[in-house]
Design a protein around this ligand. Sequence first.
Ligand code: AMP
Ligand code: ZN
Length: 326
Amino acid sequence: MKLDRASYGRLPAHARCTRCREKAVVHLPGHHANFCQDCFIVFFRNAVKRAMKIFPLTPRKIILVAVSGGKDSLALWSILTELGYSTHGIHIDLGIPGFSEASRTASEQFAQSRGLPLSVFELKKLMGYSLPEIKKRTRRIICSVCGILKRQFLNRLALMEGFSVIATGHNLDDEASRLLGNILRHKEIYLEKTYPFLPDLEGVMPARIKPLFRLESEEIRIYCHIKGISYFAEKCPFSRGATNHMFLEALQLLEDKMPGTKRDFLFGYLADKKPPQPEELPMKNCTLCGAISYQDVCTVCRIKQEISGDRYTPVQDSLEKLGTVK
Ligand code: AMP
Ligand code: ZN
């Protein structure tokens, strides 16, 4: 899809591309740069290539791409394919009326239009409950339960299906706002894990990579626009008031006054950090479902116990009955 100057109002009149001196269509104040459409794509690819360099991946490994149907994960899938990586998509349908159908459809249509393999799993089948059902039965903050369940099931499904690396669409804004939140709240344990790459623990935990961590949300939106990617743009109805949004708003305020702040904040922090090592805690098997866990009962089973009272069925049962829909 062709961009025109009108798409990005902040672009100064007669601006020229910083790379090739053609007419610019994109203005990136944080980089003190303007780009024409082609040079913007070069800039975008370079940011992802640069990110991929710090992930020690074995060549030809198939990357499992966690796809939500939103702009970040579809852009991620698109650029990884464009850069020649072998990928397989995975989508978890959370069962939120309206929102989940649209997320799933966007993921399926993207996969279909590009001939890419996608596996879809339903939380209701994995867990026995959809997210709205869990929300009704727990006092925990639903966003954090959802995050835990997605992470746990993505890990388990990746291992079951033979993948050792998962890529997610987290971008610079996500990472910088999370960093700000963890610093403000002195969450040292989480700070240690603030890194765009987590190595794998063989047979226990797949590696995690965030190839878009050098790119801002707005840059990803422009990439999707240029590439004609139809993504699902709505926010999850359960995430209203999530604290991460407030940290992002605070950072954005600084960014607008001092372009480049988000980038400097995150990259400055990461500059002298080394990739975290996988936790060397003794691993056990969950006494209820058999999954690998640091505790006697794994997080998924604990959440499940909390919400189901005595109507408990081990998670492993449902994992064995899983169907790959597509
Ligand atoms: P979020 O936590 O919703 O900001 O999503 C962060 C990343 O997690 C996305 O970019 C995706 O890579 C992944 N993700 C989120 N929701 C899903 C889902 N329902 N199924 C698979 N992956 C997901
Ligand atoms: Zn368990």
